[in-house]
Design a protein around this ligand. Structure first.
Ligand code: ADE
Length: 253
């Protein structure tokens, strides 16, 4: 099986995985922290070691203009912030494309279509992805159109850059690649796969702080257990995510 080839074009960091957002005291001699590619990560890191996926990063700065390798400029029409230049971004994307000819190009942006499990499944079925993680206020619209960038958002909040969003996307996609998660069945049962949130889980001890595991789960009756889980998944989805619940109703019709 061919490995999923990911290519990330990043504006903010030389390599997005050298960034450690939660530790401002990191000594400069410490090895880079890499939450996805760490060999001790039992899913993505291990799958990387086994050659199931790979990631190249392309630094936008390498395609910058002039002595200062400028990648951005002031917005046409005025206003605050800076805008990534179309020519610089296109050159970096084209360099990424050289190793990932068939890969859809995605621009991580709060303005994009929401990343859902359905979209993650589509991405996991591609031969690879080119991910553009921007910084600054935005990206010249001409390159979005000229390179057919698909804009994807990981949620209704604004991050200071697309790098963390790219990591979220990579993590969600990689765990769906064949051979990454040990038991494929555990993927089918988890949240969103059937348009439902996951049912509650329990494990030993049988009684903890005076609370028992629901009797049905100890009954050994697989049919009743499946029914209970289904009913719980539906209850939780109805209560917490009326939007998902309504969308399911429409699909069933
Ligand atoms: N860049 C900044 N905020 C983002 C978001 N919510 N999703 C994807 N990329 C982003």
């Amino acid at each position: 099986m061919a490995a999923l080839l990911l290519s990330a074009v990043v504006a903010g960091w030389l390599s997005m995985f050298e960034y450690c957002p939660f530790s401002s005291t990191r000594p400069t001699f410490a090895p880079p922290r890499d939450p996805i590619r760490s060999e001790s990560d039992p899913l993505a890191g291990d799958a990387l070691k086994r050659g199931l996926w790979s990631l190249d990063t392309v630094a936008l700065r390498d395609f910058g203009i002039g002595r200062h390798r400028q990648v951005d400029d002031t917005p046409a029409g005025g206003g605050a912030g800076m805008v990534l230049r179309a020519d610089v971004v296109a050159a970096a994307l084209d360099a990424a494309r050289a190793t990932a000819a068939e890969a859809p190009a995605i621009y991580l942006s709060p303005r994009g279509e929401p990343l859902t499990q359905a979209l993650v499944r589509d991405f996991a079925a591609t031969p690879g992805l080119i991910l553009l993680a921007g910084r600054f206020e935005g990206l010249d619209q001409r390159v979005v159109e000229a390179r057919a960038l698909r804009e994807v958002s990981i949620g209704d909040y604004v991050l200071s850059g697309g790098e963390l969003a790219a990591m979220v996307l990579i993590d969600a996609v990689v765990r769906l690649l064949p051979g990454v998660v040990g038991k494929a069945a555990s993927l089918n049962e988890e949240s969103f796969e059937a348009g439902l949130l996951e049912y509650p889980q329990y494990t030993r001890p049988r009684e903890w702080e005076g609370v028992e595991i629901p009797q049905v789960l100890l009954s050994g009756d697989h049919k009743r257990i499946a029914e209970w889980r289904r009913a719980e998944a539906e209850r939780i989805t109805r209560e917490r995510r009326p939007d998902l619940w309504r969308a399911r109703g429409r699909k069933d019709k």
